[in-house]
Design a protein around this ligand. Sequence first.
Ligand SMILES: *Cc1c(COP(=O)(O)O)cnc(C)c1O
Length: 339
Amino acid sequence: MKIDLRSDTVTRPTPGMLDAICKAEVGDDVFGEDPTINALEERAAKMFGKEAGLFCPSGTMTNQIAINVLTKPGDEVVCDYTSHIYQYEGGGIARNSGVQAKLLTGDRGRISATQVEESINQIFDWLTRTKLVSIENTVNKAGGSFYTLQQMKDLSEVCHRNGLLMHLDGARIFNAVIEAGYTPAQIGPLFNSISVCMSKGLGAPAGSLLLGTKDFIREARRARKVFGGGMRQAGYFAAAGLYALDNHIDRLKEDHRRAKVLAEAINKLPYIKELLPVETNILIFTLHDAIPLDYFMEILNDNGIQCAIFGKQTVRFVTHLDIDDNMIDKTISVLKKIN
Ligand SMILES: *Cc1c(COP(=O)(O)O)cnc(C)c1O
């Protein structure tokens, strides 16, 4: 039994998804002629109460396009220091858009309206122009924590009042939706742009959507082409995305339930220094020095279990579509034997 807990990106399409992929009608999306992509863009935009959508190869690209379109070189984007846009996109904020990041330290990755308001630069020639606020929901590097609707409303209100634009990195927004009980339609109006991944918990092989106004998406389409993300008959991927929206949102609660079962067991292990609170499908934990990370991973590996390294003694597990209850039981029994 192979148990891959490295990421929720490792899922293979289910038979139903593969069937949808095979039956997809496709066309050349650079000409705007792929009916399945058009349907997915429209569907996702409607869900979040936005005017339009843009299908892109990855969530890195949707984030980077949003930053590129919403800023000018020399501006700054305010975000938590754990943010994917800052940590895991190859320095793209600076490299692609000539923009700098102003890093805040939020509550497990969640920045507050007060923090944002205090971070805004005054208008002086020698100060960077504070232009964009980007939040992540759920927060990957902080262990899958999510924002409440009120927290997002407060942030939006501060941005609005101060003329700042707001981006949502919603790679795992449906995990937040399922757990927090708000709807995409409630979130949409709070942001200028929203990135949503089909290839994380939703289980599609690739693809992310960028959502916003028609004008914003027109500019984003240009940027996508410049970034090399104009795909042709990519409706096969979009078909997987549509299938995922129909079939794989509600089941995310299964992933959350399994993550909590794992968390309960991990919290009882004597060699765990800290497990971040588990709110959705991500577990981040740190081992005591007595159990070196290499040794820990070797034992897992010998038992067919894979995990991701998230620091010197820190590990990440992610539950997903291809992890079932048996795999959780097996993982727990292996973890218990380590000493
Ligand atoms: C995975 C992820 C992305 C996008 O990653 P890609 O691999 O480029 O699709 C963006 N933000 C967060 C928080 C993520 O976890």
